[in-house]
Structures are given as C-alpha cells and as structure tokens.
Ligand binder design. Structure first.
Ligand SMILES: [Zn+2]
Ligand SMILES: [Zn+2]
Length: 129
C-alpha cells in the first residue's frame, strides 16, 4: 500500500514529513488538534509554501465538502465517458482526453461566434428601427 504522506524516520520513529517541515518553519511543535494542509492538493509536495496549518476539525470538514463538490470521477461533457481527473484538476476538468478537450474548445468557440453574430444582427435591427 502506498503511503498517503511522505514519511521521515528520526531516532527509530516515523513522522509525517509535512508536519516536520511546518514545525521547523514555525519553530514550535504542531499540536495534535492541528492539521497541516497541502494547498495545491499534492500530498507529496512538502515545500513550505504549499503548507498551511489548519484546525483539524475544520480541515476534515473542508475536504469532505471538496469531495462532495469535486468527485474523484466525472463524466466527460463531450463523449459521456466516466473518467478520473488528476487530483489537482478535479475542479476544472470537464473532458476525459485532449481530443475531447479540443472538441469542447471548438464547440465553445462556435457558440461564442454565433452569439456575437446574433448580437450584431440584433444591433443592426435596432439601428434600422
Ligand atoms: Zn488538506
Ligand atoms: Zn470524452
């Protein structure tokens, strides 16, 4: 089983690397009630600028909400296939593949052009009236 977090061994004990990084940064121990959150969603990116101390309960609730809104699996808006977006793209991903992303882009462009055209026609009508 792959670990959820990067581990560090110190004096025969194992620690979560991100907590140690934050402790060193703050110059104090992280409390048992505190969590260290990975801002970009990558739990192995332990650069201090990617870390934030949160109240443990708030942190758990926040991630539960995130999973509800941005599920692990999404349905491609172009081909309808169920796909698993990369965890940092869960929010934005709408298509399953670059091919579908291209199709979506051209559909959006066509729709935008059609709207612009419709608007221009309407303005012309208004001016004529
Ligand atoms: Zn978090
Ligand atoms: Zn697709």
């Amino acid at each position: 089983v792959k670990s959820r977090y990067k581990k560090v061994k110190r004096g025969g004990r194992t620690f979560n690397a991100h907590r140690l990084v934050m402790e060193r940064h703050l110059g104090r121990p992280i409390l048992a009630t505190e969590h260290v959150h990975h801002i970009n969603g990558d739990r192995f990116d332990n650069r201090v600028e990617n870390l934030e101390v949160r109240d443990g309960r708030d942190h758990v609730a926040e991630h539960a909400e995130e999973r509800r809104i941005y599920p692990r699996e999404k349905t491609c808006v172009i081909c309808g296939r169920v796909f698993t977006p990369h965890r940092t793209k869960r929010k934005r991903a709408r298509t399953c593949s670059p091919a579908c992303a291209n199709k979506l882009r051209s559909v959006t462009e066509r729709r935008t052009k059609a709207l612009v055209r419709a608007n221009v026609v309407e303005q012309r009508k208004e001016r004529a009236a």
